[in-house]
Design a protein around this ligand. Structure first.
Ligand SMILES: Nc1ncnc2c1ncn2[C@@H]1O[C@H](COP(=O)(O)OP(=O)(O)O)[C@@H](O)[C@H]1O
Ligand SMILES: [Mg+2]
Length: 251
């Protein structure tokens, strides 16, 4: 039985996440139920602490309620996808590039790989002073191809069918800004559009698999998950419809 929240005036339930029930803040720490990803997260965050990388929380061990203890990073975490300023997009691209560079050639990965966050949406980034500052939520982190994260980030930070997110030419320009900030080479730029589509498909697959498994204890109803699948399908159709606009901006 998990320690109930609210018993201690220092404790605060952290909402906004989509997958983990029971994320708590206690003082300057965050407590998160241990998962199968916890050992890799612990190694990853220890490596980043060792080399002085400041764009992630510190891993501080496990408490008596079987929760990971992480340092709390003050700031703002967007709960909804939204339109960002160019400067915010640039900072996000730089943060991702630094995260990948900090894990390339480490003992966490095979040669040629980096540790991918695998969920680097705005909802998993703490902003400070209006700018992306640190990643949180490493449940999906694993060795991989940087383009997996770049594709996901380009989609979730820059691309949307909602009119208030700006014209598609503006969105394509922001994908280019993100690629510039990441210092993505020509080879990567040619693949970024396909990487976006692939991440959208992966998202549909992820939530569909989720729906198929019963007794999931997530803070999200099946209807909400179905809504997320439908939304991703619409977003993917929109992205593909505008392929030439995105490709023109990137090459
Ligand atoms: N280290 C941290 N520093 C500051 N806020 C955090 C930290 N970890 C989590 N949070 C807050 O808790 C929320 C949920 O945590 P997260 O790890 O993203 O779980 P979920 O798997 O549910 O997405 C985040 O949206 C964020 O607001
Ligand atoms: Mg999260």
């Amino acid at each position: 039985m998990m320690h109930p929240a609210g018993e201690n005036a220092e404790e605060e339930i952290l909402l906004g996440g989509r997958l983990t029930a029971g994320v708590l803040r206690i003082g300057d720490t965050v407590r998160r139920p241990v998962t199968s990803s916890s050992p890799f997260t612990a190694r990853l965050l220890a490596h980043l602490a060792n080399i002085g990388f400041d764009g992630t929380p510190r891993y501080l061990g496990c408490d008596e309620y079987n929760r990971d203890i992480l340092s709390f990073i003050p700031g703002w975490v967007p709960t909804a996808f939204q339109r960002f300023e160019n400067d915010q997009i640039r900072c996000a691209g730089q943060l991702l590039q630094r995260f990948h560079a900090a894990t390339a050639d480490s003992q966490l990965v095979e040669p040629g790989q980096v540790v991918c966050h695998h969920d680097p949406g705005p909802n998993n980034v703490v902003f400070q002073g209006g700018r992306p500052h640190a990643f949180i939520d490493f449940d999906m982190a694993a060795p991989g191809d940087p383009l997996e994260d770049i594709g996901y980030m380009a989609w979730t930070w820059c691309v949307s069918s909602r009119p208030e997110r700006g014209p598609v030419t503006f969105q394509a320009e922001q994908v280019r800004l993100l690629s510039d900030a990441y210092r993505l080479a020509a080879y990567g730029r040619r693949r970024i559009f396909d990487a976006i589509i692939k991440q959208q498909e992966k998202n549909i697959h992820f939530w569909s698999t989720f729906l198929a498994v019963e007794n999931q204890t997530v803070p999200t109803s099946p209807e909400e998950i179905q809504g997320r699948i439908d939304w991703t399908e619409r977003e993917s159709a929109y992205t593909q419809l505008n392929r030439t606009v995105f490709e023109r901006a990137l090459t």
